[in-house]
Design a protein. Sequence first.
Length: 95
Amino acid sequence: MPAARTLVTHVQGDDVLPVACGRLLADVIPDARLIELSGNDHFAAYCAEEFGDKKTAVDLYERCGSFLAAAKIAHGMGDVERTVSLLKRGNFYSE
């Protein structure tokens, strides 16, 4: 059976998830191809919600340093401890 190839697309001007995250994803998937699209919109959060994989979305946002986006999804999941931790890491919250 032939292996499926992976195509990673990422919008260059994405202000929620930097294009560096798309590059990182393409680097860690064997034989993946990256296409950087022009524009400044963001659709990864929408896709994560549509597919119900919010934990993975939070993990990816956190890994890429998008702490506010990760905290928003974690909050929606009811994970108060992780939400506060992410907000602290992004310097959006202090005690």
